[in-house]
Write a protein that binds this ligand. Structure first.
Ligand SMILES: *Cc1c(COP(=O)(O)O)cnc(C)c1O
Length: 222
């Protein structure tokens, strides 16, 4: 399936004026599709599965910034820790500790976003808005996370046609983000990753500065 270059340039134009970043979500799509977008100058790609990411990373250009956006299991961190650019879905203290451990072994600071559960669905991972503030304070106030670079927050809205609901959820994540930034003014804490193909315009409206878009660029997945 050819990539949708028209959608690609439309999205880039929408993002440019507000200085937001596009993560092209390439999960399940062949390496050739990634290569095509790479040749148009794109460097930020998102993957959900460790095995798939490892294979793609080993064959594709080395200057790609790989975003891990899926649910990460502790025992798989070591496979991506040497090269991953940003882990979006850090959803437990245990995972944070495991990432710290790998970062220490490699002497590498690993960029992370804390995932916040904003949807009214049981199935989505993440901290609730109260927990995430506590985790941020633990990170900033204890020295044991010296190999984690906390770069911001990530969230997914409910899968629903109720756009007001989606907007409310994104707004709640934005206010959580602002509150942490206000309490712990750290220069690295600046990414708010929210918005996918179906809801990225609402997310941008609500203050997102990083969108994760797959099917609009690469076509629907099986
Ligand atoms: C698959 C996925 C996306 C992209 O979804 P599309 O609807 O195809 O744009 C974004 N974020 C996460 C966490 C995903 O798993």
């Amino acid at each position: 399936m050819p990539i949708n270059t028209a959608a690609f340039s439309t999205i880039l134009n929408e993002l440019r004026s507000i200085n937001a970043t596009l993560v092209a979500v390439s999960k399940t799509k062949p390496a050739e599709d990634i290569q095509s977008l790479y040749e148009l100058g794109h460097r930020d790609f998102g993957e959900n599965y460790v095995q798939e990411l490892i294979i793609k990373q080993s064959t594709l250009p080395k200057d790609i910034r790989w975003h891990f956006i899926g649910h990460l299991q502790s025992n798989k961190i070591k496979m991506i820790a040497p090269f991953v650019y940003l882990i979006h879905g850090v959803d437990s203290l245990r995972l944070l500790e495991a990432i710290e451990k790998e970062g220490r072994k490699l002497d590498r600071n690993i960029n992370c976003l804390l995932q916040v559960h904003i949807a009214n669905e049981e199935t989505k991972f993440g901290f609730d808005t109260k927990e995430v503030t506590q985790v941020a304070s633990a990170l900033y106030e204890e020295n044991k996370f010296s190999h984690i670079r906390l770069c911001g927050l990530m969230g997914m809205a409910s899968f629903t046609n109720d756009l007001e609901q989606v907007r409310k959820e994104f707004q709640s994540l934005k206010s959580c983000f602002d509150q942490i930034r206000h309490t712990f003014p750290a220069p690295d804490f600046k990414i708010l990753s929210m918005g996918m193909s179906g809801d990225y315009k609402i997310a941008l409206d609500c203050g997102s500065n990083m969108v994760r878009i797959g099917s609009m660029l690469f076509g629907t997945r099986n």
